[in-house]
Write a protein that binds this ligand. Sequence first.
Ligand code: NAD
Ligand code: IPM
Ligand code: MN
Length: 363
Amino acid sequence: SEVKKIAVIAGDGIGPEVVREAEKVLKRTEELFGYRFETEHALFGGIAIDEKGTPLPEETLEVCKKADAVLLGAVGGPKWDNNPKELRPETGLLGIRKALGLFSNLRPAVVFDCLKDASTLKPEVLEGTDLIVVRELTGGIYFGEKFRRDSEQGQEAVDTCAYNVSEVERIVRQAFEIAGKRRKKLASVDKANVLETSRLWREVVNRVAPEYPDVELEHVLVDNCAMQLLRRPASFDVIVTENMFGDILSDEAAMLTGSIGMLSSASLGEGSFGLYEPVHGSAPDIAGQNKANPIATILSVALMFRMTFGYEDAADAIEKAVKDVLDAGHRTGDIAVDKTAAIGTDAMGDLIVAAMTSKASSA
Ligand code: NAD
Ligand code: IPM
Ligand code: MN
């Protein structure tokens, strides 16, 4: 079959550790299904600041643009935390999302039955939880004008939040489409009781909604949503929201699954091109210790197969392998109830690879 080009940007902290395991999955997929991948590695984040003087080198962006999809680990760390804005790993992350036009960030949170006791929440509350946060990714307060100025009470900092109708409409339509293919429930999350951007957001949602009559819509204020996610997580299907609310609510949703080490994501634009990354960061507290859970990154590969390549069989194989390995009781530290029995990042990756089978060979 046709060779698919994947740009691999491992980044900082646990980024390289989890990406290494995801690459094993790519290799195993080639063996099992005959698909072919050509990977090209590029520097990004803190390591790119150290080696190239910028978090997002032009050549890294070129490697991504030439590729069919991007696999990303994570960026950031204490070493660069006091750098000026242009020399921050996080600025590179915002830059790559913007430069590649990735306005839509899908973050599924699915509770595996066997992990119900890994969560801090009661198992009966988690029962049946299967939701997806659709986060707007290239607008809002992240990208608005930022500056400092002097005021009578000392220095003042300003972050502006702006959204225009078309930015809201494209993400909202995508969320309605996704909901239409799932349980047909959409929660639009905003702060329309206070914010002008939220009032515009809600207007757009209400204008577009009649075009999707089979999708049941609810508007939820973000503070209430944060609460309802813990109170009735299983009642949510698709949640659509602006950039910063989506950032915060998706980390909260991660805890339903037991660990942020379980949450995958897809960042998409208008076409099939996508960037796939775990929702978590570079986890400096456990970096370099072979402790990170690689499942979020491995499940991001499954999303890549499904959403960019249309390789449903391989995506299913990965998701089934993850489930089988968890069902068999294997746990990294973040999801282990008995921490002394936890296995390492590499062992978890190897077990998942070993559990992968093509449908034909398992039949
Ligand atoms: P984090 O997600 O890196 O870590 C939060 C907590 O979760 C830590 O205790 C960490 O050990 C744990 N954790 C995260 N991923 C894990 C995994 N795969 N397995 C097991 N445990 C895991 O968030 P943070 O500590 O707030 O941020 C650390 C750095 O990462 C910061 O520089 C931040 O800007 C950056 N960051 C980057 C991304 C990204 O690259 N997409 C996302 C979030 C944060
Ligand atoms: C994420 C991260 C990033 C974000 C940071 C590191 C810029 O938290 O991908 O969720 O806020 O988008
Ligand atoms: Mn985040």
